[in-house]
Design a protein. Sequence first.
Length: 221
Amino acid sequence: MKLDSIKNQIPEALYSILAKELSELRPAQEKSIKQGLLDGKNLLVCTPTASGKTLIAELAALKSIIEGKGKAVYIAPLKALASEKYKHFKKRYEGVVKTALTIGDVDSSDPYLADYDMIVTTSEKFDSLLRHNAFWISGIKTVIVDEIHLLNDHERGPTLEILLTILKQVIKNAQIIGLSATIGNAEELAEWLDAELVFDEWRPVTLHKGIYLDGKIEFAD
């Protein structure tokens, strides 16, 4: 799918930025669009690493923000990943949206975030913001959960599950987009999220499997 094929479906400012960097969408991105990404539908995207999941999230988030429908929150499992995504969004969309990073004090409602469009955080921090009844949360339209398979993690899973459960009740019209390279129970999770499942195996580099022993690798046929 060519990028210009969705030119009339996304804001001009967003198209202008993306057109400088790419001309064609990757398979998972095309599938997501066809399954309602730009129409506000919940999606669970399960595709390999480097297959373009972040851009899927960006398309939904930036469309919502620029069209004035609401804020976007990007939830990452680790502070390091949150910081990385923050730098990416801030650099790419500088001057178009205001991006903030909040990964610190869990005893604050961070009222200053009301002035920002894209908020990058961790599940623990966002859980705290919900519990502190941050007044700006009602203005959220897009919720992106990176590495959503960590719902099965014995440490981070419970917090993320409670967070999503509360979000579904508090922000009923928010679009939820879950991203993961590996989900064992994708269909079940998609049903729980009331989301369309986007599954694709395309990756930019061919993956070869093999066994390493005594300095040699024997690849499977």
